[in-house]
Ligand binder design. Structure first.
Ligand code: KG4
Ligand code: ZN
Length: 393
């Protein structure tokens, strides 16, 4: 089955085409085309993601990215422009009435491309920024009408779980995905989420614990701002701390709390940690590079300690066979190393997404779309609405 994946929930516009085969026990994927366009530089000026700006950028970029991905997948075949037919043109204009620029470009450009042999379109419908989500959903629906293809709505967090399925060979061959043994425990850590999820089978999830205030990625970005590190600070803090651990083992002047580490539940809280950084920095006359490095390291150590402790408790509680980390913050090397060590000690297999699949991308959405189709969880097209607060359970 050939699946077109579309992801626009936040500040990445991403489109891909994959060839998916196999079954729920052994899905196999080949990447035919994949592009992610990050809006980071645009939002960096504002220190965070602005929903309407994200929507504008998605609207502008979706058609050029789709064309690029179709070219890469060898599905881009020019033809004499054919008339769309009044009915289709009307339906597409109606679907994209809030994105008139996109409707115009779609009607102008796509009838000159032969219908690609795509069987399904998988699109993120939540959670995320609703104006941004709507662009992707309406685009998917319009393509569905244009090419008569079914549209499959995907939960972005299920996408982060599915992100670990792809293995390195999937670029060149139809390769079996990495074998995940259920039950699975997943720690999903991103700019909008921090949650421990348990599942005995694809499509059925239980949230064991989640953040009561800020998401961990949000805490990284806010602490970064206090330290004068530009948005998104997560990858930069990660680089600083990794260098630090390698280059010199400097003593640390700071002593931050490990929030909720001793609570008798699996919830998290990162807002207090962020405030502790703020107070500690008030006592510092000047935030220079040494302060940046030391504070970044202590902050990251606090985050790591909390994740290790909560993951250990969750593993003891639900005895999974596989542990997965997903979401933008799972790209963090210190977090990856600490959790890998924990899983080794506890005799559990750990799966971490390949590089570039931690942060938002369309491949995880296409793979989760395939899983959804196999599970039979599909909604009908009319049902698809953006849901900024969509949950896994
Ligand atoms: O999953 P994602 O791309 O978008 C959301 O769904 O939120 O995650 C983005 C978040 C940002 O807060 C970013 O600072 C953080 O992931 N991030 C990292 C790293 N790379 C990205 N945080 C810590 N260490 C990293 N290496
Ligand atoms: Zn995400």
């Amino acid at each position: 089955m050939i699946i077109l994946g579309i992801e626009t929930s936040c500040d990445e516009t991403a489109v891909c085409v994959i060839h998916a085969t196999g079954n729920l026990e052994k899905p196999a994927f080949k990447v035919l085309g994949n592009t992610t366009l990050s809006q980071v530089n645009i939002h960096a000026k504002h220190g965070g993601v602005f929903p309407m700006l994200a929507k504008r950028e998605h609207t502008k970029n979706l058609i050029p990215i789709l064309e690029e991905v179709l070219r890469e997948s060898n599905f881009f075949k020019s033809r004499e422009k054919v008339a769309l037919g009044k009915d289709k043109e009307k339906t597409i204009s109606k679907i994209l009435e809030r994105e008139p620029g996109l409707a115009h470009d779609l009607i102008k450009v796509l009838p000159s491309i032969e219908r690609p042999k795509i069987d399904a379109i998988a699109v993120t419908y939540g959670p995320g920024l609703e104006p941004a989500l709507w662009v992707g959903i309406n685009f998917a629906k319009a393509l569905g009408v244009l090419w008569d293809i079914e549209v499959c709505p995907v939960n972005h967090m299920e996408g982060h779980i599915a992100s670990v399925l792809l293995n390195e060979k999937s670029r060149s061959t139809d390769s079996e995905s990495r074998m995940i043994k259920f039950p699975v425990l997943a720690l999903l850590i991103s700019g909008g989420h921090t949650e421990l999820v348990f599942t005995e089978k694809w499509g059925k999830y239980k949230i064991l614990g989640e953040t009561r205030d800020d998401a961990v990625g949000e805490a990284y970005d806010k602490v970064g701002r206090m330290l004068g590190i530009p948005y998104p600070a997560g990858p930069r803090i990660s680089r600083l701390t990794t260098e630090d651990r390698i280059i010199r083992k400097i003593a640390n002047r700071y002593d931050l709390p490990r929030p909720m580490i001793n609570s008798d539940n699996l919830d998290f809280s990162f807002s207090g940690l962020k405030t502790s950084v703020l107070y500690a920095l008030k006592k510092v006359p000047k935030i220079d590079e040494v302060v940046q490095r030391e504070m970044a390291r202590e902050f990251e150590d606090a985050v790591v300690d909390v994740f290790v402790s909560k993951t250990r408790q969750a593993i003891e509680k639900c005895t999974p066979k596989t542990f997965i980390i997903g979401g933008g913050v799972s790209a963090n090397i210190s977090i990856q190393n600490a959790l890998t060590e924990l899983c080794k000690k506890m005799g559990i297999e750990i799966f971490v997404p390949q590089q570039n699949l931690s942060t938002d991308n369309a491949l995880m959405i296409a793979m989760a779309g395939f899983i959804n189709i196999l599970v039979g969880n599909n909604k009908t097209e009319q049902d698809i609405k953006a849901n900024g607060n969509l949950r896994l359970a």
